[in-house]
Design a protein around this ligand. Structure first.
Ligand code: ADE
Length: 240
């Protein structure tokens, strides 16, 4: 799977893409991640990427030209080929105003051969980018980050786990399909007793059926307890 990331803070992505499962997926070639500096595509001596908002107000807004230039040129499309580009690549703006990400959205993205993630910054991004360059707007939760970089990393991390060949552990995949739609059951390891806190007896009983039953029940209980509800004043919904 290919993922192109557009940002004005490329160093943020260095260690997350080098370590752990992501690093392994990148090195193994299962994941082709390319991080692009939007500033490299800005015009003029100062390579200005932002400007004051029309209508006044605080802060700066990311200009449209360098973002359009960055995405089209690095993906090999002309400015008159935006529709063709959008047919081939899911171009996603990270914004708290986007569709709220959940595991179903993650699965949908993991099935794409190629996605592009645009990290907003400052007080915003010129709306014409979202309107004419992007196919989607995505939020990682109902809270506001200073920019889309950490949101993009959340998307990459969640999506990568579902890309075939990444987890590489059949047990995990079987387990995942078994518990689809459920949260994880609690896990314990040695020692069986720590500071007087004992591991549930069923887990050390050797009775595999009882263990399976107990895990399923705990997973259902956790899932019931954590059902997402409206988290915003006035009620959150999926379209924000
Ligand atoms: N940028 C700022 N806040 C964000 C959020 N919650 N999700 C995605 N992108 C963002």
């Amino acid at each position: 799977m290919r993922i192109d990331i557009y940002t004005i803070f490329t160093p943020i992505f260095e260690s997350p893409l080098r370590e752990g499962l992501l690093g392994k997926a990148v090195r193994g070639g299962v994941l082709d991640v390319r991080v692009h500096d939007i500033r490299d595509h800005a015009e003029g001596k100062h390579r200005q990427v932002d400007d004051a908002p029309f209508g006044g107000g605080p802060g700066m807004v990311l200009k449209p030209e360098p973002v359009f230039a960055a995405v089209t040129s690095t993906l090999g499309y002309g400015m008159d080929e935006l529709e063709k580009l959008k047919e081939k690549v899911r171009v996603i703006m990270l914004t708290p105003r986007g569709r709220r990400m959940d595991q179903a959205v993650v699965a949908e993205l993991a099935a794409q051969p190629h996605i592009a993630l645009i990290c907003g910054r400052y007080e915003g991004v010129d709306e014409r980018v979202t309107e004419h360059l992007c196919t989607d707007a995505l939020s990682v939760g109902d809270y506001v980050l200073s920019g889309g970089e950490f949101a993009a990393l959340v998307v990459v991390e969640a999506v990568t786990r579902l890309v075939p060949g990444v987890i590489g552990n059949e047990e995990s995949l079987v387990e995942e399909s078994f518990s689809r739609g459920l949260l994880e059951y609690p896990q314990y390891t040695r020692p069986a007793e720590y500071r007087g806190w004992r591991v549930p007896d069923v887990l050390t009983s050797g009775d595999h059926e009882a263990v399976e039953r107990w895990r399923r029940e705990r997973a259902e209980e956790f899932t019931r307890m954590k059902q997402p509800g409206p988290s915003l004043p006035g009620g959150g919904d999926d379209t924000r």
